[in-house]
Design a protein around this ligand. Structure first.
Ligand SMILES: [Zn+2]
Length: 195
């Protein structure tokens, strides 16, 4: 399934309110498969996607939908009549972009050192060599502590002895073998609308 299989949001009216930084895009969805949350992305192939919310999750196809967003400056092409694929916020827009881009390389996960820090009472870690966040307390490097990744689509662990194989894209997103074989090979984004 490609972008055309997602719910398509057609903009029928653009409402600006003086003093309100948010814009209301009034429109209709072509179908409601995968529409579960009040937040959603309007997907743009040409640049950043818009994030916004609806006051109520639509329950009927062709219900009028009022989508509030403060991202309209990102979309110079936005106008009445424009159509955008709708991605429920259960997903991130990059999940769709990375599968459509299809730049995956097989890789066997090997543990790496992790640089630990504490910030605001929370312990975190990051790759060795990256600059620690502003104000972070340095807790030092622990060898082999970065011992797994998660599949971006199904959250499966990658890195355990029985599941070291995965696929990585240039942005270092990981996919498990099953999700790679099911979605990435054919650039299928049906995971967005599957229940
Ligand atoms: Zn997976």
């Amino acid at each position: 399934m490609d972008l055309s299989g997602l719910p398509q949001f057609t903009i029928e009216e653009i409402r600006h309110t003086p003093g309100d930084p948010e814009v209301v895009l009034v429109g209709r969805l072509s179908h409601l498969r995968g529409v579960r949350n009040q937040a959603a992305w309007l997907y743009r192939s040409t640049g950043p996607s818009l994030i916004g919310t609806v006051a109520q999750i639509p329950t009927l196809t062709h219900d009028s939908v009022e989508y509030r967003t403060s991202d309209t400056a990102l979309a110079p092409e936005l106008r009445v009549g424009a159509v955008y694929p709708w991605i429920d916020y259960y997903w991130q827009s990059y999940h769709v972009a990375m599968v459509l881009a299809g730049r995956w390389e097989h890789r066997t996960f090997t543990p790496e050192a992790a640089h630990y820090f504490r910030l605001g009472g929370v312990t975190g870690w990051q790759p060795v060599g990256a600059k620690l966040p502003e104000g972070a307390e340095d807790l030092g490097v622990r060898e082999g502590a970065w011992d797994h990744e998660h599949c971006e689509l199904c959250r499966a662990r990658i890195g355990d002895p029985e599941s070291r194989d995965g696929y990585v894209d240039p942005e270092k997103h990981w996919l498990c073998r099953a999700c790679h074989d099911r979605y990435a090979i054919t650039r299928d984004i049906s995971f967005v609308i599957d229940d």
